[in-house]
Design a protein around this ligand. Sequence first.
Ligand code: COA
Length: 261
Amino acid sequence: MTNNIFSKDILQGKVAFVTGGGTGITGGVARAFAEHGAKLAITSRKIENLEAMKAQVEGHGGKCLAVAADVRDFEAVQNAIAKTVEHYGKIDIVVNGAAGNFLCAANELSPNGFGTVVDIDTKGTFNVCRAAFEALQQSKGQILNISATLHYLATPMQIHVSAAKAGVDAITRNLSVEWGPHGVRVNGIAPGPIEDTEGMKRLLPEPLKDKITKRIPLGRFGKIADIENAALFLASDAAGYINGVTLVVDGGQWLKGTSFG
Ligand code: COA
């Protein structure tokens, strides 16, 4: 349950389509949106990744449609968007959170490994935005793209994700300019290290955690709730004039150049 300053009805009547919405950071954003009145459609490659979130949201009286779709597959994405519009009649908010990540040195990474992450993160984000455009144009809706800060400097073992997330930020800026005139706002969130996520457990060796914590200006790792709060703000009418921004939520980490390497 999110504990925040937002009124519980700020997203009342809105429909949110969230990729990667079953688990991790984007799972938290999906749940927070539901807690604040939104009806959800969540997607993941595997339907079993969505079941717990669907049960949790519905257990609290919310609405949640779970649709399996690989964001790399444009046809599958189009089907998921069509199902959502058929089910709820519209889409107001799209959150692109589906992502792939693993640590690998550039000189050991295969071209297919590089391309796989770019396909999931960057092409997947484009696919979903593209497929949702008509629905968003009709609802005067908005997009939130989840990226990272890895590419602001250089992050060893993360060349694939850095390139992919730089592409996501480019999509955010481009679409904000191209689709703003259609009434669609496009923004992003760049989380820093967020604890209690599968990605962080897998990517960050425990001994490094203390070292990195000491170098984060705010002296702690982020919480999923920190990202939820940023997403609630950007998705709300309070952010109605914010377009083309990627909001960094990292306690000031990247400015100190603290990489995982
Ligand atoms: N190190 C190096 N290369 C890796 C790798 C790793 N840990 N994991 C995958 N790859 C490479 C594979 O070797 C393959 O390249 P190749 O054909 O040249 O050998 C390529 O990436 C595709 O791998 P594959 O497992 O077939 O792709 P997939 O589409 O099934 O899954 C990921 C890709 C990124 C989703 C997968 O690595 C994964 O499941 N990661 C964990 C889940 C995750 O990333 N969650 C997001 C948390 S932030």
